[in-house]
Design a protein around this ligand. Structure first.
Ligand code: SAH
Length: 339
């Protein structure tokens, strides 16, 4: 091998998806040579090796935004006090979803994939990566005004408005008002149709079909399957979101964030400093309440979004959350697959 690959330490590599490009860590030296904004956060040892202070949120922000640009051609701005996403982990989650779609929901690689990212954050990181790397379409929801504005700007600055809809939502809702939003359904339906109807040249009939389907969509209660979903024509696709995903706020109070910091100290200091403001970390009732609501709303909408003939499911992946059943006593990362 002519170029020696620097591998991720075994402990981290164990959790890295096989298709994750960051199994091979990025070169800070290269990044510093290309991005002047990254340089101020680098220190050099006597051997010329570049080091980064992971405890400095500004250094983390520079690392993430420079990597997004270098590796995904994404121009992303993250406001000062907002959560800075760690790219290897965010990519992992998307790749797990891709696995689920391919293997559990039998999607073809040519299918138009539509997902929902609940709580997209200022960076809008999952939708941007999903659109740019995987060609998916996302509805990104956000309750926080600053994050909503920043996420919208990030989508626009990357010309991904055709692939990503950013929607401001009420904090009392998770999926309600999103999966049943008539405008969203219409846009996503038309997107799926565009590809699926490529070989269909009967445009007039299509327009009539669209009107009929949209009218039915708007008038069908969320827990009732639309009649078209039982048919075997292309109309079935319009009811379907392929997945929902969420990196939920973890804590029920600011005090709880402090107590978690203390328990982390007992387990050993984390490598990087936590970033993000209180709205991004705290939600009424904590993650258990949030996830319970998400599960209930997923169940409520399952008939509306499930498309039997395409064998696709609405799949909710909830990342990095403790078990619902044992009320926060277990901090292992868990994936819940709610159908
Ligand atoms: N997805 C991003 C941000 C996660 S932080 C990332 O992984 O980096 C959680 C985000 O969820 C915050 O931005 C918060 O404002 C938002 N949020 C909290 N409750 C929400 C709700 N009910 N619906 C949508 N977004 C919500």
């Amino acid at each position: 091998m002519s170029v020696k690959e620097k591998k991720v330490p075994p402990k981290l590599n164990k959790y890295m998806h096989a298709r994750n490009p960051y199994r091979t860590p990025p070169s800070f030296k290269k990044l510093a040579s290309v991005y002047p904004e990254f340089r101020p956060y680098c220190s050099y040892d006597v051997g010329g090796k570049v080091h980064l202070d992971f405890k400095d949120p500004k250094a983390l922000r520079a690392l993430t935004t420079c990597l997004l640009h270098q590796d995904f051609d994404l121009k992303v701005t993250i406001p000062d006090d907002r959560l800075v996403p760690t790219l290897p982990l965010r990519l992992n989650y998307l790749l797990w979803i891709e696995d689920l779609l391919m293997h559990a929901a039998h999607c073809e690689t040519s299918d138009v994939i539509v997902g929902v990212d609940i709580g997209t954050g200022a960076s809008c990181v999952y939708p941007l990566l999903a659109a740019r790397k995987l060609g998916w379409n996302l509805v990104a929801t956000e309750t926080d005004n600053i994050n909503f504005t920043a996420a919208t700007t990030n989508v626009n600055n990357n010309d991904l408005q055709d692939n990503i809809i950013v929607k401001k939502v009420d904090d009392k809702t998770v999926l309600q008002g999103v999966l049943d939003d008539a405008d969203i359904q219409k846009q996503m339906y038309l997107k799926k149709k565009e590809v699926n109807d490529n070989n269909d040249d009967d445009d007039d009939d299509d327009d009539d079909d669209d009107d009929e389907v949209m009218s039915e969509l708007n008038n069908t209660p969320s827990d009732t399957p639309c009649k078209h979903t039982d048919g075997d024509d292309n109309k079935s696709m319009k009811y379907m979101f392929d997945f929902t995903m969420c990196n939920p706020p973890f804590f029920s109070s600011e005090e709880e964030t402090d107590s978690m910091k203390k328990s982390k100290k007992q387990r050993g200091e984390p490598i990087s400093s936590p970033t993000g403001c209180i709205h991004e970390k705290v939600t009424t009732g904590g993650e258990v309440t949030f996830i319970t609501q998400m599960v209930e709303e997923s169940h409520k909408f399952k008939s509306k979004v499930r498309v039997v003939e395409y064998k696709r499911l609405i799949t909710t992946i909830i990342v990095c959350c403790s078990s619902i059943n044992n009320n926060n006593n277990n901090n292992n990362s868990t994936i819940y697959n709610c159908v």
